[in-house]
Design a protein around this ligand. Structure first.
Ligand code: GDP
Length: 299
């Protein structure tokens, strides 16, 4: 009985240690800070069409360290809205942490380190005043935010740079799958590609964001494997790197081997579900409700 009581005391003393977390990643300018701010304000978020208020709040989050905020989503899926005042509604809620990560290429290592870790938990930065003080948290999902308007501009280079970051993120999750063993295995992490800024008339619709990213990921995959061949690594090694016996961790072939075109569905082989949903943080449009619902179903 004594050990049971001890266990109870310790688990009661660290209530935040097990809060699930959702990692927010994506290139600079995609709208991560804006989204974090929108969710943080919840029922107090500015109405669509009045971006000024949100921008003012977003400016408080400009540091380069990841910001972590604690949020709660209703356990009742039909009531899942980030605008819902859960206290007022007397609703039961699931708490989780939303962890923002820097989008600048030189600082992305932090986000990727979370993913390739073999630990089942993700350390969260607690410098944000609005968060509690968790040190470790179960990673439940990942949101990869993209700027759908930038993607539609072929001269911006946004497609190539966005896809290159997404490639690294998905590859880290693929390696995470290969490394898991035994009961301390990290659970699989579903990915939401959130196609942001659909309020802009130049924005690509979600279906096109999906197909363009898939095509670009396929191109990156091809050129990276060609790089391996050119560098003197034999074809057998490439095969092994792609998932052949014993070689899963060797190198960067994303998805199933032997396919010409890359498709997000290939990631299911590694237990990684990828969904693409459009939305917007500012302006007129569908807003962020679909993304919130997606999170609610996974935390
Ligand atoms: P971060 O670098 O990913 O944190 O991106 P920010 O949150 O700083 O957003 C970059 C810019 O995009 C800011 O000027 C935002 O106001 C703007 N932005 C973010 N979301 C939207 C959106 O849904 N629609 C439009 N039109 N602009 C947005």
């Amino acid at each position: 009985l004594f050990p049971i009581i001890l266990h109870f005391i310790f688990s009661a003393a660290t209530p935040y240690a097990t809060l699930p977390s959702v990692l927010l990643v994506g290139p600079s300018g995609a709208g991560k800070t804006a989204l974090l701010t929108l969710f943080e304000r919840g029922p107090f978020a500015a109405n669509p069409g009045s971006p000024e208020k949100l921008d003012a709040v977003a400016k408080t989050h400009t540091s380069q360290v990841p910001a972590t905020i604690e949020l709660a989503v209703s356990t009742d899926p039909s009531a899942a809205s980030y605008r819902a005042d859960l206290d007022a509604a007397g609703a039961t809620a699931k708490k989780f942490l939303l962890v923002d990560t820097p989008g600048h290429p030189k600082l992305r290592g932090h986000a990727l380190a979370h993913l390739s870790s073999t630990a089942p938990t993700v350390p969260t930065n607690t410098s944000s005043s609005s968060s509690s003080s968790p040190t470790q948290s179960k990673l439940k999902a990942l949101i990869f935010l993209v700027d759908s308007a930038a993607l539609s501009d072929p001269d911006s280079g946004a497609l190539a740079s966005t896809a290159s970051y997404l490639y690294d993120v998905l590859l880290a999750l693929q390696l995470r799958f290969h490394r898991r063993s035994g009961s301390r295995a990290p659970a699989s992490v579903p990915v939401l590609v959130a196609a942001n800024k659909t309020d802009l008339f130049t924005a690509l619709p979600a279906a096109l964001v999906r197909s363009q990213l898939e095509a670009e990921l396929g191109r990156i995959r091809k050129s990276r494997s060609k790089g391996l061949l050119d560098s003197g690594v034999g074809a057998d090694d490439v095969d092994a790197a792609a998932g052949g016996a014993g070689g899963e961790e060797a190198d960067g072939w994303l998805g199933g081997y032997g396919t010409e075109k890359f498709s997000f569905k290939e990631m299911m082989e590694f237990d990684v579900e990828v969904e693409v949903l459009g939305g917007n943080v500012l302006g007129e449009g569908p807003g962020a409700e679909k993304w919130w619902k997606w999170i609610g179903e996974r935390v």
